[in-house]
Ligand binder design. Structure first.
Ligand code: ATP
Length: 215
């Protein structure tokens, strides 16, 4: 399939559409109108139509969208029909929580290997995931064909570990540390700063209350 460039905001909504379409499909529904979809996923129908237009005309006027073909389409786009193994580096409090969580509500990603510098935790199994010493990281990432890593090490080690991940050939890093790591342009970083997200929420509530929410 040609790699259509879709806007980041659209890409972020795809899993939401996908999850809902899956529910419809499992309930035996064959089609869905854009209004119904809009209400269920809380995205206005104009946005839905625009999002879908990036993938070509999928909807028919007066008919709505065909659930199964839409689902198959998103499945391919999101690679939901393929399992992506992901690594986690730093099995501290947050790392532990993520191992335990392990994205069970999706069938498409799972943390299959964790790494830690602490010798007490390396060579153990945590929440069903093997934890390897850092010295084995490069080798394990290659054996397991992992090119995505979740970074939950302390701030002071984040850049160093990111460099090690890049050297090991990782293509994407989900950075849970509050610092911005530097990586080559060929590596993609997604920052998830939980404290910052929470502070932003509180800031907006303090300054604007809940009325202007989501606008
Ligand atoms: P958090 O709540 O942020 O997860 P924590 O207080 O439980 O953290 P941290 O000191 O932040 O623990 O360390 C997180 C984990 O990262 C620990 O298990 C630690 O052993 C591991 N770690 C520290 N430095 C490195 C490193 N250079 N490489 C790999 N793992 C590391």
């Amino acid at each position: 399939m040609a790699e259509a460039k879709i806007p980041k905001a659209t890409a972020k909504r795809l899993p939401i559409y996908y999850r809902y379409l899956n529910i419809l499909f499992n309930a035996g529904k064959q089609r869905v109108s854009s209004t119904e979809l809009s209400e269920a996923v809380q995205v206005d129908s104009a946005t839905i139509r625009r999002d879908f237009s990036y993938f070509g005309a999928l909807g028919k006027r007066g008919y709505g969208y065909d659930v199964e073909s839409l689902l198959n389409f998103f499945k391919k786009t999101l690679n939901q029909d393929r399992l992506t193994n992901v690594a986690l580096i730093g099995v501290g409090n947050l790392g532990h929580a993520l191992l335990n969580y392990n994205f069970r509500q999706t069938n498409s990603v799972r943390i299959s290997a964790a790494f830690d510098i602490n010798e007490e935790i390396a060579n153990t199994i945590q929440s069903g995931v093997p934890v390897y010493p850092m010295a084995e990281m490069k080798e394990q990432l290659q054996i397991q064909q992992i090119d995505v890593a979740i970074l939950t090490v302390p701030i002071d080690d984040a850049q160093k570990v990111a460099d090690e991940l890049v050297a090991a050939g990782v293509k994407g890093i989900m950075n849970f540390t509050p610092i911005r790591i530097s990586v080559p342009a060929t590596v993609r970083v997604q920052n998830v700063d939980l404290a910052n997200e929470l502070q932003t929420l509180i800031y907006f509530l303090d300054h604007y209350g809940s009325e202007a929410a989501n606008q």
